[in-house]
Write a new protein. Structure first.
Length: 182
């Protein structure tokens, strides 16, 4: 069921990218990269404050988490708050990019590469969606509830996005875990 939802989200992202066109989608992607960079540099400041606002169910030693075990369980709440802070900054930045995008809407009609441009814009949109889904799924994978872990375990696509997304999968977890522990 989760895989189906992820496929629909990725399909919608591809459709949205194709409709935007290459130039407009490139502007959105550059904006997303800027927001992603800002989130990676500023989430630490917010993560400490979230501990008072966002509940986190503490895992027990016998918790069966797919991607975390042993010593990591003791720091998992800090990783979780780092991930939530990162996502919150990403969400606010995404809203700003969407609002700013209205001023560049005319770029939608600037057909630079024809069909190739539409394909490239669809690919860019899917890449942005995959990175966003990876962030979300990595945070969800930290929740020590059986039904959440079973949902992820039952979805091959979710497991791929969390653990095997080229380059990115390891980097986001390293960012959150190294920062949370230090």
């Amino acid at each position: 069921m989760l895989s189906l939802l992820l496929i629909v989200i990725l399909g919608f992202a591809a459709f949205r990218g194709v409709r935007r066109g290459f130039v407009f989608q490139t502007v959105h992607t550059i904006g997303y990269l800027i927001v992603f960079y800002l989130a990676s540099k500023n989430f630490e400041k917010l993560s400490d404050k979230l501990e008072l606002l966002v509940p986190y169910p503490q895992p027990a030693l016998d918790s069966n988490l797919i991607y975390y075990s042993g010593q990591q369980l003791f720091d998992l709440d800090q990783y979780y708050y780092a991930g939530v802070a990162f996502l919150l900054i990403l969400l606010i930045g995404w809203a700003v990019i969407r609002f700013t995008g209205f001023f560049f809407y005319g770029l939608t009609f600037f057909d630079l590469f024809g069909v190739v441009g539409k394909i490239l814009s669809g690919i860019l949109a899917v890449m942005v969606a995959m990175v966003t889904l990876s962030c979300i799924l990595n945070v969800v994978a930290m929740v020590p509830l059986d039904f959440v872990q079973n949902m992820i375990e039952g979805s091959g696509l979710a497991k791929f996005i969390i653990a095997n997304l080229p380059y990115y999968s390891n980097k986001i977890i390293e960012l959150w875990t190294q920062t949370a522990v230090s």
